[in-house]
Design a protein around this ligand. Structure first.
Ligand SMILES: [Cu+2]
Length: 187
């Protein structure tokens, strides 16, 4: 009987040890997941008499790349330019959003699939909007880091962006929607 008690005792100790290890492993995994889930967000609101609304989300991909997802509704069908502007406000009908963010001082508007050393880091792919006025885009880039986006603005334009300087800003035209980018969960 004494021997049986001893066995039960050892077995219980083992079980507690295994459970404790599993809990701490889970806690560590949760921590890693939380660290990887840094997200930048913006609510896109209409400028002037425009009606577009939407959301902007960006998150880190293995720390070297950033994925961006924009969804929009209530705007005219077709393609629309969308960029990161350097200002931190959508005031004054979007003028306060300032110019395209250009950290490398390239002075050039270009194709988002080219490196930011030859064009505005701000340049992003056009939004595709369907016949019902709903749409968006998603892309992954190494042209900026997540932290770079915080405090800047996402601006939606009325027209298609041809990714060149002719006409200026790819011909994307007037600013119709804007949102200030913040960090989700930031204090
Ligand atoms: Cu723009």
């Amino acid at each position: 009987m004494n021997r049986m008690k001893k066995i039960i005792c050892v077995f219980s100790a083992l079980l507690i040890g295994v459970t404790a290890t599993a809990v701490s492993t889970r806690a560590a995994a949760k921590k890693v997941k939380a660290a990887a889930k840094r997200v930048a967000v913006a609510a896109i609101a209409p400028l002037g008499t425009n009606t577009v609304r939407g959301t902007f989300r960006a998150w880190e991909e293995k720390s070297v790349a950033v994925s961006v997802e924009v969804t929009v509704e209530n705007l005219k069908p077709g393609k629309h330019g969308a960029h990161i502007h350097s200002g931190g406000s959508c005031g004054d009908d979007g003028k306060a959003a300032g110019p395209h963010w250009d950290p490398n001082s390239t002075g050039k508007h270009g194709n988002p699939s080219d490196p930011a050393t030859v064009h505005h880091a701000a340049d992003m792919p056009n939004l595709n909007v369907d016949a019902k006025g709903n749409g968006g885009m998603k892309f992954t880039t190494t042209n900026f880091k997540l932290a770079d986006l915080i405090g800047k603005t996402i601006v939606i334009h009325d027209n298609f962006d041809n990714y060149t300087d002719s006409p200026a800003n790819g011909g994307s035209g007037p600013r119709i929607g804007c949102g200030v980018i913040g960090e989700k969960g930031a204090p």
